[in-house]
Write a protein that binds this ligand. Structure first.
Ligand code: PLP
Length: 881
């Protein structure tokens, strides 16, 4: 190797020399639109099938390698040219489509969205993703493109991407980091008018770091990628965009500064100021600070005056149900990295640190990127119904005293991009029986009714083909991997031959984190072996997944599985396939019969691989967690357990592994092998149809992006516009309103509540409530007084609860006011209510401001306890004297 620092190496680019007629292939290869258009994929396969495999499905690289002979013969092939024209036309039509808008609304170009994420998974040939988060981001872009939503995106261009996995012969995970060669990928430098690559910089302690800008096209959507590997930067800074989730905390904060602050600057450098920014997970949350800083600079504002406008335009999606899943930095690290920056925010360091704390006053608390995101975004959501609930509980401390149900975190359930994950044969079947509208209107349940019309035989044939393709591929992969591990030819033959085309095939592919319990299946070896030994009703398991390089626990799980496979006489029925990535996932979710998922309940925010499986008619068998908690119905698949959560995890593992064996033995295997005279598993196919017909319309990213647009993007764009109007007048006003409220809030005293509670109410009677409240320096118009009423459980806590506004009736003088309200119970039972005061400002309507809520406080049973102790002391003292 000749190092760039030992000689000046002059660069130049060699483009493939394509015959004129084939030139459109370059456009197609350079737009990831091809990843969900099988007709486009077919073009590259037709050009050179071996190269297609060898390049790991990388059309840009393929075009650079394919022989001149093959190109020239393709250029003479009428059939090929016809298909090429057609595909090229489809691409052109796609990128010029009109945007989707909810309920026939108009003029969507009045807003633009920028979507930030630390990883994007769109194709196995562009390894800038590690798992679920990246896949979701990639699918989000693809659906935004299909819907024509005015969205662009920002991420990091990792020189080494995420590691590739291979196993040693005893099953211990090894990692390699192949270098991405950008010249052979569909990434292109973004250039300015003078032809130079656009660069921006961010400040790190003692130096500026330069960031170069690249672009990837995903249909209509532009994804901008940031890169610090530049000669202008020192060696260390060149590695900031080296590896996804590599390095230590110091590396992480640098990456996040580049993504958040650098990302905003990069967009500005090319003239883009998005109306709405969507932070997909907290990694990009520094963008909130940068956007506030720009508003301050342009409009000469105070931090709080600018913050209202910025927050109105920010959406934050959280993806973890556990505090450990969140990036948190020690305060001293923030101090070091933001030493100069905080002044440009017109905040002191303490003010900046408080933005990342749950408890604002706790100076030792680490700086949480999720809390920063929450405090600088008006719109927050979790990624499934259950995860929304979990998140409201998890972040309740940010809004002290706000009831859990009202914590302002909603949910948009994840989805998957249908055409990226569907078996191409199934796509054709859907085209035939659903008509092409299914491609555009996936969220429309009616479109999917047609699934019932597909003849059982057709659906089953397509599925059996997919399983066969999977098995052929798995055999090839297994052979390569066993040869590399140095296994004996006999063992290789046994294991590869044992894989069967028509055995019940169970897939399990996911990150090997301990909570996902990849080895639950191995818990009772006797029972497992009994399952695996049947020759009449064979079952086989295909398993894949990476453990994070630093996660020894996860790696140990992989080794356990591989050792079982190596050592048990039935080990050939459990196969571990190395290097889980999008390509591996595609085979598995299309060709398996059962998709297994066994997280500890409450630990999986959503999960998406099960959705990919469901669309393909692969039946889920899973713990009721994440999306499955919301999707499961008995005729669609199987549930392990019934939503129990176990204090003792060992006990939970025992019970749930038994439940899993029971399901396999008593339900899944018998149903799969229940065949009629024609050899058809009618019941199974009926479930496949239910599963596709009911789950596909709900759990796809077109529906998801539509939800985001309706619930967040459009309202955020409108609110941001309101805030920004007249030189940010509303934003400034609101800051002042909040400031005044905070200043006088502690003066509020709820003095007297009156309601007739001594005799039961009959249903349909109403309860009048009056409240006497001292608002001190605040006016009645500045607050809202509310009754919060709901049913009471056995502990005296209120379950759920709804609000009733009270009317101002009388000024009692001296800051005191009387308010009245009426409760109208709709069912019988034990009810309760409490009175509270919240801000009344119109612009705050529906948005909580932490700290601005005052409840009629309970009488606390503190005093008697103190008295008893005093008594005791006295006794002791007197006897001693
Ligand atoms: C879909 C997918 C994931 C995420 O799946 P989960 O069910 O959320 O664990 C991870 N990795 C790859 C390669 C995927 O395709």
């Amino acid at each position: 190797m000749l190092k760039a620092n030992s000689a000046k190496i002059r660069h130049f680019q060699v483009e493939p020399s394509l015959p004129e007629a084939l030139k459109p292939l370059i456009d197609i290869a350079n737009n990831l639109w091809w990843t969900w258009n099988y007709d486009a994929v077919e073009l590259f396969v037709r050009l050179d099938q071996n190269l297609w495999t060898q390049t790991k499905h990388n059309p840009v690289k393929l075009l650079g390698m394919v022989s001149q002979d093959k190109l020239e013969s393709a250029a003479r092939d009428e059939g090929f040219l016809g298909q090429l024209q057609q595909v090229h036309q489809q691409l052109k039509t796609h990128v010029s489509r009109a945007p989707w808008m909810p309920d026939g609304q108009k003029d969507p170009n009045e807003y633009s969205i920028c979507y930030f994420c630390s990883e994007f998974g769109m194709t196995e040939s562009l390894q800038i993703y590690s798992g679920g988060l990246g896949l979701l981001a990639g699918d989000h872009l693809k659906s935004a493109s299909e819907l024509g939503i005015p969205l662009l995106a920002v991420g990091l261009l990792y020189r080494y991407g995420y590691f590739q996995q291979y196993l040693s012969s005893d099953g211990w995970q090894q990692e390699t980091d192949p270098k991405l060669d950008f010249s052979q990928l569909p990434v292109h430098q973004v250039k300015d008018a003078s032809g130079e690559q656009v660069k921006v910089s961010v400040r790190l302690p003692g130096r500026d770091v330069k960031i170069a800008l690249w672009k990837v096209k995903v249909g209509k959507v532009d994804l901008y990628l940031l890169d610090t590997n530049l000669p202008e930067n020192n060696t260390e800074d060149r590695t900031i965009t080296g590896q996804l989730y590599g390095g230590d905390m110091e590396m992480r904060i640098k990456q996040e500064i580049v993504l958040g602050i650098g990302g905003v600057r990069a967009l500005e450098a090319i003239g883009i100021r998005p109306d709405v920014c969507h932070m997909n997970e907290g990694h990009s949350a520094f963008l909130g600070l940068e956007r506030i800083r720009r508003l301050i600079e342009d409009n000469d504002l105070a931090f709080d005056e600018a913050r209202q406008a910025a927050a109105a335009s920010h959406c934050f999606t959280t993806h973890t149900p556990v505090p450990a899943g969140i990036d948190r930095f020690p305060p001293e690290m923030i101090k070091r990295y933001f030493k100069d920056y905080h002044e440009s925010l017109r905040l002191d360091m303490e003010g900046l640190l408080a933005l990342g704390r749950e408890n604002v006053g706790d100076k030792g608390e680490f700086f949480s990127m999720a809390v920063l995101a929450i405090r600088t975004a008006d719109w927050c959501n979790g990624v499934s119904k259950l995860h929304g609930e979990v998140s409201r509980g998890m972040w309740q401390n940010v809004w002290p005293d706000v009831p859990t149900g009202e914590v302002p975190i909603g949910h948009v359930t994840n989805g998957v991009h249908a055409r990226s994950w569907l078996d191409p044969q199934l796509v054709r079947l859907f085209d035939r029986y659903l008509g092409t509208p299914w491609r555009e209107d996936q969220a429309d349940k009616d479109v999917w009714r047609g699934i019932a019309e597909i003849p059982d035989e057709d659906l089953w044939r397509v599925h059996e083909d997919a399983r066969q393709k999977l098995v052929v591929w798995a055999k090839r992969k297994l052979r390569t991997q066993m040869e590399r591990q140095g296994k004996s030819p006999e063992m290789i033959r046994n294991h590869c031959e044992a894989l069967s085309d028509d055995a019940l095939t169970v897939g399990f592919a996911r990150r090997f984190a301990t909570y996902k319990r990849g080895t639950l299946l191995l818990r009772d070896m006797k029972r497992l072996e009994r399952l695996l030994e049947s020759e009449q009703r064979p079952i086989q398991f295909l398993i894949a997944g990476k453990a994070h390089p630093a996660d020894g626990g996860g790696k140990a799980l992989i080794r356990e599985l591989v050792q079982f496979s190596n050592e048990s006489k039935l080990g050939h029925r459990i196969v571990f396939l190395e290097d889980y990535d999008i390509g591996v996932a595609r085979y598995l979710v299309q060709g398996c019969d059962i998709w297994l998922n066994t997280p500890r309940r409450g630990m999986e925010a959503s999960g998406t691989s099960g959705m990919k499986a469901a669309m393909n008619g692969v039946l889920n068998c899973s713990i009721l967690d994440g999306w499955w908690d919301e999707a499961y119905e008995p005729d669609l698949g199987w549930a392990i357990g019934r939503r129990e959560e176990y204090a003792n995890p060992e006990q939970g593992d025992d019970i749930e592994s038994r439940a899993l064996y029971d399901l396999l033995e008593n339900q899944i295997i018998p149903l799969f092998y229940q065949r009629d005279d024609q050899g058809m598993p009618r019941e199974w196919v009926a479930r496949m149809k239910q599963c596709i017909g009911r789950l596909a319309p709900a759990f796809n990213t077109n529906r998801m992006v539509q939800d985001y647009t309706r619930k967040y993007y459009l309202p955020a764009a409108r609110r941001a516009a309101t805030m920004a109007a007249d030189g940010l007048k509303n934003s400034v006003d609101m800051a002042h309103v909040k400031h005044r409220l905070h200043e006088h809030w502690d003066g509020i005293k709820i003095l007297n509540i009156n309601a007739q509670l001594d005799k039961p109410l009959e249903l349909r009677q109403t309860l009048d409530v009056t409240a006497e409240i001292n608002l001190a320096k605040l006016e009645p118009s500045e607050v809202r007084v509310q009754i919060f009423a709901g049913t009471i459980d056995n502990d005296g806590d209120m379950v759920g609860g709804s609000t009733i506004d009270m009317r101002h009736e009388k000024d009692l003088g001296g800051g005191k006011h009387k308010f009245v309200g009426v409760i109208e119970p709709t069912t019988s039972g034990r009810y309760g209510f409490a009175v509270r005061v919240i801000p009344g400002a119109e612009l705050l309507d529906g948005f909580w401001e932490p700290g601005l809520i005052c409840w009629d406080a309970p009488e606390r049973p503190v005093a008697p306890v103190v008295e008893e102790k005093v008594e005791e002391k006295k006794v002791v003292a007197s006897s001693a004297s």
